[in-house]
Design a protein around this ligand. Structure first.
Ligand code: AMP
Ligand code: MG
Length: 524
């Protein structure tokens, strides 16, 4: 086994639960509970991300060593690890849900790497903890592969996210009712090791506030500032420091939401327990990627009625969640003003960044009213014509010559980006006219320069739902090769990758209603 330099500040500096049994309970007055991973029958490494291994000080030799699957499957601990489950609450689907906590996540420890960066190693699916409520603490292979691949895909797209070190299969089955239709069945189990500077969520603060435990609320806030926002240590006045911190949380959350809107990512479960205090994308569950541009789309079947977490609602939901965080932190300020100032920061940053992002997506530089109208009309047409979000924008970057005068000729510039011939034909004239307008607006810039700018924000490859599902189907049948190939694919999402064009194809017809490809439940 290897010796990694652990420095477990969360458990060293914040109050812990004296009970170290996994008995399900309400945990008061503590930020965490001791929790050991429950060993599994036959841990085997399915995939790992080499960049993440390097980040935490592990070489390829370490990953191949037999102890790796033992440790990251939950059967052994490295010296210096102090495993725990965090206590948090949350607002789920708009309602306060009380104590939730790490019901199947167990942090192993905090590694400080050669560059001085702190990385928390956390297993997901490692067995029950005091927060598991009625569930088993386990995770199925399909959701583990989805979390592993998407974490890395998001990172390489330039989006703040938790990372993923590994997927280890357990050799044990986990029983899940995938469609919540009364037909539970055994599925292969797995454990993912996620990696982030911190896994603290809005809900970690909310739970102390809800219980009136203002002392621990303050301790957690000041700990978080000191450990994870060290650049704020220089703000001498404690109240000003906390205010600057909350404003920064708002700003980071705004930037994250802008990125999601840029690439067509739908988180699916934006409950406050799934919102990172660092503004990282966290907790990959029934997430999805837009195929045809539909602002109302949600991948989450549990949310199909209200569509609270649909694509277009994400910025407003992020803001709603920040208001819940600000409310929870109110006792630390005793005044409304700093909270309002922080929430204003969300609005200001989001508004400015979103406008800049959409301009970049369309390859436009001018920020006048004509540009705004052009983009607005573009989005309406994308929706009406049922065009693929990713491929439409990528195709725009390839447009060189002026669109032809005939509509079919103009549309040919976009290639095969439409899902429905009738919808495309109905919009053909409007789309062609729009393309001519758009081209006139961008034509002054040399095509090469425009293409380079354009392709830097419009990915060629995203982890489309059907692609992940194909990889899962193969892995469940014993062949992990597609998982590994998709991992390679998502490492360079903005580059053309000769031989991998098929992974850029819009969703095939067979995948339209297939489970896992268009809709997902929270069952994982
Ligand atoms: P999620 O919807 O995945 O964010 O989970 C919400 C809450 O349910 C969190 O407290 C999770 O830890 C808990 N949870 C989800 N799945 C399981 C499971 N299989 N076993 C124990 N707790 C779980
Ligand atoms: Mg969660």
């Amino acid at each position: 086994m290897i010796a990694l330099p652990f420095d477990n500040r969360f458990v060293a500096e914040l109050p812990g639960d004296p009970d170290d049994s996994p008995r399900r309970r309400q945990v008061l007055g503590a930020a965490w509970s001791p929790a050991r991973p429950t060993p599994v029958a036959a841990p085997r490494l399915l995939a790992h991300a080499r960049e993440v291994a390097a980040l935490v000080g592990l070489g390829e030799g370490d990953v191949r060593a037999p102890w790796f699957a033992e440790v990251f499957g939950g059967n052994a601990l490295l010296p210096g690890m102090r495993p725990y489950a965090a206590c948090y609450g949350g607002h789920q689907f708009g309602h306060w849900a009380g104590q939730l906590g790490d019901g199947r996540a167990i942090t192993l420890g905090e590694v400080v790497n050669h560059a001085g960066e702190r990385w928390e190693l956390q297993l997901k699916g490692a067995g029950p903890t005091p927060y598991s409520r009625t569930a088993d603490g386990r995770a199925v292979l399909r959701s583990s592969i989805r979390e592993f691949l998407c974490s890395e895909a998001m990172h390489h797209l330039g989006i703040p996210t938790t990372r993923a070190l590994s997927v280890v299969t357990t050799g044990e089955d986990v029983v899940r009712d995938m469609f919540y239709d009364g037909h539970p069945r055994p599925e292969p189990g797995a454990v993912v090791c996620r990696v982030a500077p911190s896994f603290v969520r809005f809900g970690n603060f909310e739970i102390f506030a809800a219980r009136g435990d203002h002392e621990n609320l303050a301790r957690l806030a000041d700990f978080t500032i000191d450990r994870d926002f060290p650049h704020l240590r220089g703000v001498a006045d404690p109240a000003a420091r906390r205010a600057a911190w909350l404003a920064e949380v708002c700003e980071r959350t705004a930037r994250m939401a802008v990125h999601w809107m840029r690439v067509g990512f739908v988180h699916g479960v934006m409950n406050t327990d799934n919102m990172s205090i660092l503004g990282l994308t966290i907790d990959y569950g029934p997430y999805g990627w837009l195929d045809d541009f539909d602002p109302h789309w949600t991948p989450n079947t549990t949310d199909a009625q209200g569509r609270r977490y649909r694509f277009a609602a994400q910025p407003a939901i992020a803001q709603w969640n920040l208001v819940r965080l600000a409310e929870a932190l109110h006792p630390l300020f005793g005044a409304d003003e700093p909270l309002h100032a922080a929430l204003d920061r969300f609005h200001d940053v989001f508004t400015a960044e979103y406008a800049a992002m959409t301009r970049a997506k369309f390859g436009l530089r001018d920020d006048g009213e004509a540009t705004a109208a052009l983009m607005h009309d573009g989005y309406l047409l994308l929706h009406a014509a049922r065009a693929d979000h990713t491929n439409f924008f990528r195709a725009l970057g390839e447009v060189d010559a002026a669109p032809a005068d005939d509509d079919a000729g103009a549309l040919a510039l976009l290639g095969d980006v439409f899902y429905d011939d009738a919808a495309r034909d109905a919009q053909a004239a409007a789309l062609a006219a729009w393309l001519r307008r758009w081209h006139a607006a961008v034509a002054a810039e040399p095509a090469d320069a425009r293409r380079a700018r354009h392709h830097a924000v419009n990915p060629r490859y995203v982890l489309r739902n059907y692609l992940a599902q194909e990889a899962i189907d193969l892995a469940e049948a014993g062949d992990p090769s597609r998982v590994l190939e998709l991992l390679e694919l998502v490492r360079r999402p903005y580059d053309e990758q000769p031989g991998r064009e098929r992974f850029a194809a819009r969703r095939p017809e067979w995948a339209r209603e297939k489970a896992g490809c268009s809709m997902l439940s929270c069952s994982s």
